[in-house]
Every structure is written in structure tokens, then in C-alpha cells.
Design a protein around this ligand. Structure first.
Ligand SMILES: Nc1nc2c(c(=O)[nH]1)N[C@H]1C(S)=C(S)[C@@H](COP(=O)(O)O)O[C@H]1N2
Ligand SMILES: [Mo]
Length: 414
């Protein structure tokens, strides 16, 4: 035990020394490149203008709608960072200088630690593709037909990125979690200080402190400069602008896990601490608000995901759920990540209702809306009130293709 502590102390001290050495060598190399008397060789520039930071074509106009990502416009499984959905609880997105930012780990630990962002980055890192989804992503439009037309409006609070960061377990081992430390509270740096409890099992399993998204520093809306990632768990537990982790011995019942993001049941009791997101999927083409030009061949395509692991199977129905057929899964099929599925369809021009259904590697199957209602003991008219909500709503989404080719949200008829 004592040896371990010695080693850790040496590591931290070594870290400071190495940072100093790196700075020194940078100074040396810049001095070398401007040595007096040396002939400067100009680098020939291209004859056209290279934008210093790339832009998309002016003909591409896909945008977020409020907090919602335009799922209908994406290909593959990676959400373009600039179009990732975003939820900020009442605070403006903070403008954080990464040089000033600190991450503190304290509470039930042997050594409280404060890291700069550069110090976090010095630990061994991993890159992983994971989806994020707001626990409340689909409840709002159910009672709100006007705003539940497109797949952006019904399912746009999920996105998927390649995240790079340090396993939280490594940072916690540096601090040395005491045996009584069974939970932690993670806190963000924005003025409302979003905070939420995480059980130690998750922290030590696959939670990450990430600093990069799709190859560049995390976008401001996604939590620049540091974010907690709890793969497969409801979005609210992925604390952005992460500045503090307090190791504690019980959940702290913060606002976001004791009132908002709990499920009030019709019997007056509420379900708390639903961490993991259940199997889910949605067809993104054709989807609500789009128009098919006429009968013929179409490739149905969509996204499937599960907070428990990898997607094993996606089935598609083109007849309102009477018959189902396997869709093709596009590689790579990654754990706790969006998975693209494709399904060849020859539309005969008659009314059709399209649905997708996800099964994950544990055999859990995405329910129909009727099955969700049965689970929660509610009737279909429950959804007519905009104040009634069921978190983690993951019913199979039906899109009705009319003979005219328009595509409508048919969730209320299912
Ligand atoms: N600091 C901070 N972290 C936060 C939030 C917040 O408001 N502040 N919102 C949470 C919620 S409810 C969700 S769904 C996700 C959204 O992540 P995104 O904005 O990167 O999509 O961040 C979570 N982490
Ligand atoms: Mo959320």
C-alpha cells in the first residue's frame, strides 16, 4: 500500500518534470529554426485558397432545430460534431479557457488531486465510438403532434461520436478511492453547476474523462474542455465542462435524479435511477416530412443502438408490424454506438407503414408502443397530455407512406 502511494507520488512529480522538459525542448527547436544567418527557404504555396478551417459546401444546409440533431441528413454512424444534439440545463454554453480549467477529485480518497487539462491528457488514453441520448428524448413530441413530424423532432436527441479520453478508473486510482467510496458526484463548470451521482461500479468499468470528439477538441456545446462519458447511460449522467468529482458513500439525490429525469407512474410512485438506455432504433429514410417520388426501389435506412452493448439484429416491417424481415447491419457494429442498418424495399405505390425493431447482444428487444404502455400501466390517451412523460421511451417508430408518397408520423395509430 505504502509502496503504491510512493509510486503514485513519484508519477505525479515525474509528470511535472516531464512537462518542464517538453517546454524546454520546444523552446530549443523554435530557437533553432530562427538561427541568425540561415537562409530561409520559402514553402511554395498553392495557387488556390485553402480555408484554414474547412467549410461545407454552401449547397449543404442541414442544421440543428433547437436542441435536436437532423438525423434524416446523416450517413453512416458518426454525427458531424457541428450537428450533435445539445442539451444545456438553463445555462448558456460556457466559454472556458482550457489553460484556466481544472478537474478536482476529492472526497473519500487518499489523495485529493487537481489536474490541469494538459495533465489529464498525459495519462494513457483510449478512443471509442459511443452514442449519447437524452433520457427524455422522445416523450415530448408524443403529446405534441405539431412538433412530432420529422425524425429530427421525434428522435433528434441522440448522436454518436468518436470520443478520446482517459479511463476514469485511472484517475480515480491516482487519487486512491477509500473502501467507503461507493458513489461519486460529478459537477460541471457552467454557472448552474450541473451535477449528478454515478455509482463507483460504472466509474471503474467504462466511464471516461474525454477531451476530444471526432479527432478534435470537444465542441463547446459538448462540454469543452473536459466531459464525463458514461457509455450507454442516459445523457444527463454525461457531465459536460467537468470540473469536480467528489467520491461519496451514497447517491446525492441531485435535482436531475430526484425530480427531473425520474418517471412518475400513474399510481403516484416514481421510478428513480434508470441508468442504462434500452434497445432502440428508428428509420431515418424514408422518415416524417419526406416525400417519395413514386413507386419503385428504395433503400430503407436507419440507426439502431442499445445502452447495454452491441446491436445484434434489426428487423424492418413494411406492413405496420404484421411481418418482419432482417435488415443488413453496416459494419462496424460497435458496443454502445449507433449502428447503421439498410433494407431493400420495392414500394408498390400503396399505403405502407414502415417500422424497425432492434435486438441487442443480450437478447433485449425494442418494444412496440402498446408494450411500453403495458409496462407502465397507461392507456393510449396518456400521451395526449403534454405533462405526461415516460423517460427512456423507446417504442418502435412507425412511418406511414401514403399513396401520394408523403411520409407521416403514425405513432398515435400504433
Ligand atoms: N454540465 C452539464 N452537463 C450536462 C448537461 C448540462 O446541462 N450541463 N446536460 C445533460 C443532458 S440532460 C444531456 S441529454 C447531455 C447532452 O449532451 P450534449 O449536449 O453533448 O448532446 O448532457 C448532459 N450533461
Ligand atoms: Mo438529457
Amino acid at each position: 500500500m505504502k509502496d503504491n502511494r510512493e509510486n503514485r507520488r513519484r508519477f505525479i512529480k515525474g509528470a511535472a518534470l516531464m512537462a518542464g522538459a517538453a517546454l524546454e525542448s520546444m523552446r530549443l527547436s523554435s530557437a533553432q529554426s530562427t538561427r541568425k544567418g540561415e537562409k530561409e527557404i520559402p514553402i511554395p504555396g498553392p495557387s488556390y485558397v485553402v480555408p484554414p478551417y474547412g467549410e461545407r459546401s454552401r449547397f449543404v444546409t442541414s442544421v440543428r432545430q433547437g436542441e435536436f440533431a437532423p438525423l434524416q441528413d446523416f450517413s453512416g454512424i458518426i454525427t458531424p460534431s457541428a450537428l450533435h444534439y445539445t442539451v444545456n440545463h438553463g445555462s448558456p454554453v460556457p466559454d472556458i479557457d482550457p489553460q484556466q480549467h481544472r478537474l478536482m477529485i476529492h472526497g473519500l480518497v487518499d489523495r485529493p488531486l487537481i489536474f490541469t487539462v494538459d495533465e489529464v491528457k498525459r495519462f494513457p488514453s483510449v478512443s471509442r465510438v459511443h452514442f449519447l441520448q437524452c433520457a427524455g428524448s422522445s416523450y415530448l413530441p408524443l403529446g405534441d403532434r405539431e412538433r412530432a413530424v420529422t425524425v429530427q423532432q421525434t428522435h433528434g436527441k441522440t448522436s454518436c461520436s468518436e470520443w478520446t479520453g482517459v479511463p476514469l478508473a485511472i484517475l480515480l486510482k491516482e487519487a486512491g478511492v477509500k473502501p467507503s467510496g461507493t458513489w461519486l458526484v460529478a459537477e460541471g463548470a457552467e454557472w448552474k453547476k450541473h451535477s449528478i451521482s454515478i455509482p463507483m461500479e460504472k466509474a471503474m468499468d467504462d466511464a471516461l474523462v474525454v477531451y476530444a470528439q471526432n479527432g478534435e477538441p470537444i465542441r463547446r456545446e459538448q462540454g469543452f474542455p473536459l466531459r464525463l462519458l458514461t457509455p450507454g447511460w442516459e445523457g444527463v449522467r454525461n457531465v459536460k465542462y467537468l470540473r469536480r468529482i467528489k467520491v461519496v458513500d451514497q447517491p446525492y439525490m441531485t435535482k436531475w435524479e430526484s425530480s427531473v429525469y425520474t418517471n412518475l407512474r400513474p399510481d403516484g410512485k416514481a421510478r428513480w435511477f434508470q441508468f442504462e438506455l434500452e434497445p432502440n432504433s428508428v428509420i431515418t429514410f424514408p422518415s416524417g416530412g419526406q416525400r417519395l417520388p413514386g413507386a419503385g426501389f428504395f433503400e430503407i435506412s436507419g440507426l439502431a443502438w442499445s445502452g447495454a452493448g452491441a446491436v445484434r439484429r434489426v428487423e424492418v416491417s413494411t406492413d405496420g408490424g404484421r411481418t418482419w424481415n432482417d435488415a443488413k447491419l453496416q459494419e462496424p457494429v460497435l458496443s454502445k454506438a449507433h449502428t447503421r442498418f439498410r433494407f431493400d424495399w420495392n414500394w408498390d405505390g400503396r399505403q405502407a407503414v414502415l417500422l424497425s425493431r432492434c435486438t441487442d447482444e443480450w437478447g433485449a428487444v425494442q418494444p412496440t408502443k402498446a408494450q411500453v404502455e403495458k409496462l407502465w400501466g397507461v392507456t393510449p390517451d396518456y400521451w395526449l397530455s403534454t405533462t405526461n412523460r415516460i423517460q427512456h421511451f423507446n417504442a418502435c417508430q412507425p412511418w406511414k407512406v401514403t399513396p401520394e408518397g408523403s411520409v407521416d408520423n403514425a405513432i398515435w395509430e400504433s
